[in-house]
Design a protein around this ligand. Structure first.
Ligand SMILES: Cc1cc2nc3c(=O)[nH]c(=O)nc-3n(C[C@H](O)[C@H](O)[C@H](O)COP(=O)(O)OP(=O)(O)OC[C@H]3O[C@@H](n4cnc5c(N)ncnc54)[C@H](O)[C@@H]3O)c2cc1C
Length: 466
């Protein structure tokens, strides 16, 4: 019997047409490049987009958005896959990895950064002319995604959030328009993109301010885990003494028993004082005397660091891994809160957490700005991270993190820092990421710029009802 003729589906014709209009690539599930393209840095993310567009230009992004609207697709955006909120299933995924331009203007102390660029590239180009961007702990993270959520790094107390240092965004909104967005052009959208995440438009590039930082005094003091209570209490008492030039954190780390970890750390736990000081070295050393004259650490690697090597402070993983992050703002590091943190990270109690870190915020981050970012008066950012090896392990980790937050409830402010939330937790906690009036304003912006919630894979902001 003759097989009925299979007519090419509308989507096949349409994809062919889309490809003909792009400089970049369209990748469909049958394409050998599909599995690589859909992979996020975070290996716990398994996403199956209906198709993937890899734009080479802002005009390609416009074409992709118009195509998605015409064909009825939702749109997800990914640069590196470090911060997935919702897997890009059954949608059009715009993978910005080929938008790789970085232009540094040494005179103006600014950089133009395209959407697919990781911080490491901006850092290298800026440092070549004695300037620094406000990157975070890992230069492997995408500059734009980081900035859309606020962006709190090792220079944050001195120079503020990365979002505070944006001069201009170039954005494609879901009506297919390419817009310049700044304090004077589309200023409502400028307010929303500075901290409000990627659900209001697709950024194709941004101009950011750079700062004159070439060396810092930074590193870690490692103390034995059995001194964790005394060390964290001592840290709490240090904080009111600190100038804005020092951004610091306290972390408890369970180093995994794997060959990649240096032998003296392998399978061990430590409590670590971390920091980055941007003033004269002698003053940085004087600040560290507080610790060195108190108790000698097991390892003291604070030193003068070229800012190009600032990644050494946190030593975040670069190779893709399965991981889950969760966090909240702590109201205080009370004795009880410290006890809970120590108990919940202890592998002897069955803890699946790899590390817990409390970052000291404040300083320049408290300066009022026209931006959606709403956590300016918060000072202690708690983040927990665990490795994910299986869906069951992932679920157990999520439960453990939720229980940890429950136990800490009396000491939490009720707010969350959106950049440290991932997946369902990010979706569920969105209202706690913002002051109520800021969240309300974001929903109104969403209603104006994306009323059909086409960008449904970034921060979970729903359009305000008319
Ligand atoms: C190892 C590690 C270290 C980190 N360190 C810090 C830190 O020190 N400080 C801090 O604040 N955060 C930090 N983060 C969190 C990080 O900033 C967020 O996960 C951020 O979202 C990552 O951006 P990305 O583009 O690399 O990731 P992606 O997963 O590619 O993107 C994350 C989200 O950003 C949005 N997005 C990305 N590009 C665009 C675009 N062009 N247009 C619109 N939306 C877009 C999308 O909604 C996307 O879902 C860290 C994360 C990791 C994994």
């Amino acid at each position: 019997m003759l097989q009925p003729l299979t007519k090419p589906s509308l989507i096949d014709d349409a994809v062919f047409f889309l490809q003909s209009r792009l400089q970049g690539a369209v990748i469909i599930p049958e394409d050998h490049r599909y599995d690589r393209a859909r992979q996020a840095w975070n290996l716990s993310v398994d996403q199956q987009p209906a198709l993937i567009v890899v734009p080479k230009t802002a005009a390609d992004v416009v074409e992709a958005v118009r195509f998605a609207r015409h064909e009825g697709f939702s749109i997800a955006v990914q640069a590196t896959g470090h911060g997935n909120v919702r897997p890009a299933d059954d949608c059009l995924l715009i993978l910005t990895s080929d938008l790789q331009g970085v232009e540094v203007d040494a005179q103006a102390q600014t950089a133009w950064v395209e959407a697919g660029v990781k911080w490491e590239k901006v850092l290298a180009k800026a440092q070549a002319v004695g300037l620094a961007p406000l990157l975070g702990s890992s230069p492997d993270v995408g500059a734009v995604g980081y900035t859309l959520g606020g962006g709190m790094g090792w220079l944050a107390r001195k120079y503020g959030l990365s979002a505070d240092s944006v001069n201009t965004f170039e954005v494609v909104t879901t009506d297919g328009q390419l817009r310049r967005v700044s304090a004077t052009e589309n200023s409502d959208l400028f307010w929303g993109l500075r901290g409000g995440g990627g659900s209001l438009g697709i950024i194709t590039g941004m101009e950011i301010k750079l700062y004159p930082v070439t060396t810092v005094y930074g590193g870690n003091l490692f103390y034995p885990i059995d001194q964790a209570k005394a060390v964290i209490t001592h840290y709490r008492e240090w904080l009111p003494l600190l100038p804005d030039e020092l951004t610091s954190s306290i972390a408890i780390m369970n180093f995994p028993p794997i060959p990649d970890v240096p032998e003296f750390l392998r399978g061990q736990s430590f409590v670590m004082v971390r920091g980055c000081y941007t003033g004269p070295v002698e003053q940085g050393e004087a600040l560290l005397d507080y610790w060195r004259s108190w108790q000698a650490p097991v390892i003291d690697d604070f030193k003068v660091l070229p800012f190009t090597q600032s990644a050494a402070i946190s030593n975040d993983p670069v190779d893709p891994i399965g991981a889950q992050s969760n966090g909240a703002w702590l109201r205080e590091l009370s004795n009880e809160a410290i006890d809970i943190l120590i108990e919940r990270i202890n592998p002897a109690n069955g803890s699946p957490l790899a590390f817990i870190e409390v970052r000291h915020a404040g300083g320049a981050m408290t300066k009022p700005q026209a931006s959606a970012y709403s956590n300016r008066s918060e000072t202690l950012s708690l983040q927990m991270v665990g490795a994910v090896f299986s869906p069951e392990g992932h679920q157990a980790l999520l439960t453990y993190m939720n229980e940890t937050k429950q136990a800490l409830q009396p000491y939490l402010s009720g707010r969350v820092y959106m950049n440290f939330l991932e997946g369902k937790v990010s979706q569920e906690q969105i209202r706690n990421g913002y002051a109520p009036e800021a969240y309300e304003r974001l929903t109104q912006l969403k209603a104006k710029y994306d009323p059909d919630n086409v960008l449904a894979y970034g921060f979970n902001i729903q359009p305000a009802r008319k």
